[in-house]
Design a binder for this molecule. Structure first.
Ligand code: 3PG
Ligand code: MG
Length: 396
């Protein structure tokens, strides 16, 4: 696919610098969701099996070029050892003496984790010298951090130009799934885009209407589209100044032959609170003192029919305020429908983005989707049709 895989690079006896994304959520000093750690296991095990010495490069949080002890990677060591099943050593810097000594001290079958790359100012600036200092530690570079590939940083981009470079297994899997969903998909294709704001997903909507057959719009951004059609949405979250933009997207969709699906009925409430009394009304009948918090059952039925008519689904963003019951109902029902069709072999379903993945877990169907991406920002930028610098740098 234009880049090398682990099978095409000689690793025996070599130090392999592996860029991973283990930017995991923590609560009270403990990893609260280890998914991203578990996902790097195939790559690290493969490198070990091929006789290479894996040295992990990673960021954690946004320390902005300074050493911030709370953003050290050291607390992740126990989780990494648990997931990898081998000893994982740690070096307190990703370059210089501490890193060099730790690399030299590595025994066969061990893994080394280097401290947060973002403790250096040069990381986010893609500084050539920092990239060279990291590259000097090893002989091969592997990028397995698809979810950080939208960043042109020294450890995700610069270093790939210095050493022989390859894509790791997770990177490969992510790119394959996205290619199947949007690159050369089986048609018809339906995209579900939800979330609060049209303004943050303009590029996404613009790209999607030219590439998919159906676009389901949900969440707060659907309200903006309702407003654009002259509908009063009461106290609902909506970007009223984006009405012109929403109309332009509708026009572009018509031009490209993409059917846009907006809510036909909605769940409204007077308070944004768990269990707030709510009612289902037509989408054009939201009372002045109420707000739309979810799509209604008729809308869900229409979405289900659309899923049934399609072969491929790509999903980013919930349909309602899924964090609080009962406003998770539409997202959950649509996700369950997608899961059912996927299990039956009738639909290829790909989802990504932090909120989307939590919603799928909440609905109990994350494992039933064809592919669930570990990426948030990178998934979105890929769906927007943008080139990801970390992926581009791997091209031969
Ligand atoms: C993420 O968690 O989205 C990735 O690790 C990238 O992190 P960033 O948004 O701080 O670059
Ligand atoms: Mg992010």
């Amino acid at each position: 696919m234009g880049w090398k895989t682990l099978d095409e690079i000689e690793m025996r006896g070599r130090v392999v610098l592996v860029r991973v994304d283990i930017n995991v959520p923590m609560e009270n000093g403990q990893v609260s969701d280890a998914t991203r750690i578990e996902k790097i296991v195939p790559t690290v095990r493969d490198i070990l099996a091929k006789g290479g010495k894996p040295v992990l490069l990673a960021h954690f949080g946004r320390p902005k070029g300074k050493v911030v002890p709370e953003m050290s990677l050291a607390p992740l060591l126990p989780e990494l050892e648990k997931a990898l099943g081998v000893p994982v050593r740690f070096a307190e810097d990703c370059i210089g003496g501490p890193a060099k000594r730790a690399v030299q001290a590595m025994a066969a079958g061990e893994v080394l984790l280097l401290e947060n790359t973002r403790f250096h100012e040069g990381e986010e600036k893609n500084d050539a010298q920092l990239a060279a200092s990291m590259a000097a530690l090893g002989e091969v570079y592997v990028n397995d951090a698809f979810s950080a590939a939208h960043r042109a940083h020294a450890s995700t981009e610069g270093i790939a130009h210095i050493l022989p470079a390859a894509a790791g297994r997770l990177m490969q899997a992510e790119l394959k799934a996205l290619e199947a969903a949007l690159g050369s998909p089986q048609r018809p294709v339906v995209a579900v885009v939800g979330g609060a704001k049209v303004s943050t997903k303009l590029d996404l909507l613009g790209n999607l209407v030219a590439r998919v057959d159906h676009l389901v719009i949900g969440g707060g951004m659907a309200n903006t589209f309702l407003v654009a059609q002259g509908i009063d949405v009461g106290r609902s979250l909506a970007e009223r100044d984006m009405a012109d933009t929403a109309r332009a997207i509708i026009a572009r969709a018509a031009d490209k032959g993409c059917a846009i699906h907006l809510p036909v009925d909605v769940v409204v409430a007077r308070a944004f609170a768990e269990g707030a009394p709510s009612e289902v009304l037509p989408a054009n009948a939201c009372p002045a003192d109420a707000m739309i918090l979810d799509a209604g059952p008729k809308t869900v039925a229409e979405i289900s029919r659309t899923f049934e008519a399609c072969r491929t689904l790509i999903w980013n963003g919930p349909l309602g305020a899924f964090e609080i019951a009962p406003f998770d109902a539409a997202t959950t029902a649509a996700a369950q429908k997608a899961a059912e069709l996927t299990r039956a072999g009738k639909l290829v379903s790909v989802a990504g983005g932090g909120d989307t993945v939590s919603a799928l877990h909440k609905a109990g169907v994350a494992d039933d989707f064809s592919y669930v991406s570990t990426a948030g920002g990178a998934f979105l930028e890929w769906m927007e049709g943008k080139e990801l610098p970390g992926v581009a740098a791997l091209m031969r």
